[in-house]
Design a protein. Sequence first.
Length: 181
Amino acid sequence: MREELLPMLRGAADRTIELVESVPEEQFGLPTPCADYDVKELINHLEWVASLFESLAGGGGFLPPKDYTGDFAERVERMLAAWEKPESWEGVSEGMGLPKIVLAHMALTDLVGHGWDLARATGRDYEVAEETAARLLAFAKDMAPMGRQKGAFGDEVAVPDDASTLERFLGVIGRDPAWKP
């Protein structure tokens, strides 16, 4: 599982880093498909997500959110370094009480879901490999009830029958693939 998921995490991280680093400050106030966040708040959330999953992969606890610092790329690199250690994939996280493999999937879900949010909000494209989208769709379908209960996923959005795998994943987690600012 680790050998399959690590490249997916790397690919999503690289794409999302590229997006974050390309957003000019004048776009920070734009709305995003994630209604709780404007662009700056979404980037801040992504910074926190990277630090959180670094902590959890390393056996640490749940971290509280912090204010925006502009160091997303560095945080993601530390998170990926933590997941590269074989022991990061073993057992259950004390910080969240979930199997570590579930946490790795959650990190991938956040990188891709919020990467798509950021791309959509700023008028850019967001693509992932079909294999990654399929993995995310299967994971999201399994986790949807708990994800909605915990507030991590919104209500499912119906997508057209001919929707891509990425769009079906987005619909499951509560995103409208047709969202426009």
